[in-house]
Design a protein around this ligand. Sequence first.
Ligand code: ADP
Ligand code: MG
Length: 855
Amino acid sequence: MQFDFDGLIQVIANHLYSEKKVFIRELIQNAHDAIRRRARTDPGFGRIDIETHPQDLRITVRDNGIGMSKDDLVDYLSNIGKSFTRLQKEETEGLIGEFGIGFLSAFVVARHVQVRTRKLGENSGWVWENDGSKSYRLAPCDVSVPGTTVTVLLKEIEDRGLIQESEVRALIRKYADMLSVPIHLNGGHDPENTMHMPWEKAGLTAAELERDLTTYLERTLADSVLEPIPVRLHTPVRAEGVLYISRIRLLSVDQPRTIRVFQNRMFLCENATDVLPQWARFVNGVINTPDLTPTAARDNFIRDEQADQLRDTLGEVIIDHLDRLRQTHPERFTDIVRYHRLGFLAACYYYEAFFRRFAHLLLWRTNDRAIERGDPTRPGTAEMLRTLPEIIADIPHAPGETVRLACFTTASTASQYFDIANAAGGVVVNASYPYESELLEAYTRLPDVHVELAHVDRQDDPSFFRRLSPDEDSDIVRLAESMTLLLRTPAGAPIRTESRRFKPDDIAAVIRSDALSRAQQKAEEVRLDPNVSETLRQIAEELRQMTAQQSRRLTINANNPLIRRLARHDLTDRRVHDLMLAVYNNAILANQELITSQDAAIFHHQFQDLIGRGLDLLDAEGELQAIRDRLREDEERRRATTGRQPRHRIFFMITPFADHYRPLVQACRRVVEERWHAQLIVASDQQDDHRLLDNVELLMGQAHAFIAEITQANPNVMFELGAAFTDRHNRPFALLRERGVDPVLPADLRALLYIDYQMDDAGLEEHLHRELRKNTDIRSLVDDDGWARYLSPVRLRQLLPLVLDATIIERLAARFPTTADWESAETDHVAAILGKRDQDLAEPIITRVLHSGRP
Ligand code: ADP
Ligand code: MG
């Protein structure tokens, strides 16, 4: 068989290597292998020197390795596909070459390649030259020390960039950073490659190692590291390096990954995600292994059994690391799992193998039972993150017994269920995050796990919600029935209301979703799925509408004092209906997921209403206080007047209520009050004042004389007149009759004084004064000086030219009817009537009244 050299070079250049510059990598690899072979006898020996002369299109790679004999040059270097290195692999560890074609890559760019070499143990060397064809020249020559120098002269001037110093340096750092042989560039003192990796350093503490690994990763991979995971594997595959949990969060898009794979310390490839298990999307790293088989181009590895084994083993390394971290640094573990929560959950959900290994480490949100209710610094909604084994160990149960684990899967209900669980002294798991509800179910199916789930948001779990005894709580049951009839969702569906007893007492009601609302969610998912057929979507839409009718369930708490009070009210009252709605809204607020824009509008109105009613209450309270004050005053006065005769004279006037009689009443008042210094009480004036109406009987009893207007025989008048007559005690009566009006009554009412008057008479007052005095009983009463003088409100107003309210003046006059009363008046009593604003006037008012009241 023959081969075409140019054709082969074409294949290598265009179809094997993706980049021209890899020929430098191949020369470094050959130099490295030569040094390693020599190092079997000369340990710790060796150095590679690279010189670049871009001006001359020349690059030289020199090693002081084992060198080549004439036979080596002929049998291996010149023999394509034959590799001496491969044959040596058994004896020498860490050799990289094996295909016997790498050297050929120089001819992709070379016009001329020269190899000067002297084999270790020989006295002189050989020069091998080739201009890029099947034939080469081989001649003996002087080489001072063992080793090989390869010089490549570039063919094309545009390839000069490949051998720029900076390019070559970058190439060394990428491909040869881990090689344990120092590589010097253009005579530089320090090697360009790192050689010793941080995980290889002996005698580091765990913390130092972690710090070094983090620094190394962040410098070389330009990613930020959440948690480094050192890798040291011997069986079944060998590998070393460092993985790390990245700070880049898992998203649904393919986020950049940084996984570098080295084979025998020589860089192989980047972003080889399948060197790790699929679930480990939050892990990146640097892995060096001798056990992967590279492709001939050395830019990837063959997916063989070894690769599978490495991947699985690295998966174990990650889980073991997390397991240990959970034991040794639980807080740090929690932070990491919280940070990559969705990543871990998704990994568990999609990769059964990972779930089986990791399920016991997943963190779940539960209520924090250490929290006392009512502690404002630690709201009841505070959550704890714990693993399921920890949570289950905390639930009292006999060994081997199935544990009932309370959980809820509806989002945003955490606060209400946490409160309920805290109060009941129980624990409840919040499984509302994506995948959580499925994973919790899956956990119960794991071998050796004896757990049964109690969905408190769906089932009627008696440990949280106790049923009511019908006879004891019949009013609460009735309240629930009324609420079911009354309450509607914004969509118009009834809200099924049930009554239970649950803790804490201060939760009035909770909203629980049930299987139907889950069906509703599923229907919604189907409806929004673009790949679902139109018919299926329509069915989903119908299902959604149907289930929307029945999806809300309200549970009212018979332990709650407000509910108990509400249940005692008239359940048909419109205002009680408003309060039922308020109970429902209150429950919605604890379940923010359910708040729709309609709900928000309803809250708005209800709050406005509540504020309005609060204000009504405040106003009513003010009015009530005023009424209470006045009642107390009356009561006082009543107590003061009952049982003792007034010290001043009282005339009681009985008259129809009509406006027509007003001038008559006024004239009478002036006569009695201003001329005679007695008090005129007119029942009709005060008909709208209940306090006085109640007092009429009392006042009548105290009156010393009566004046009655009887012209029309007004029924009220006649009634009061009758009452006065039955209790007359010889008290004088005067009957007034309007002149010129047809009398209804007979002319004589036994021995009573009749006074005829004319309403529009200018001298009405004088007329009445004169006529009334004609009654001898009245006259002697009026002329008796032994009585205290009555101070009328009119008189009082004249005495007190102050800006006082008319009602205040009247109340003062009523409380202190005579000068004698004013003399014994206490400042406090006057001040109380004057009220806060004018209380300071009490003292001057008393002085003034007494001063000018004296005759
Ligand atoms: P590989 O490196 O895969 O063996 P190469 O084509 O790169 O294939 O090299 C072929 C052979 O040439 C090597 O196996 C080795 O025997 C020899 N060789 C190449 N470069 C050197 C060198 N610098 N020193 C010693 N031997 C070398
Ligand atoms: Mg090679």
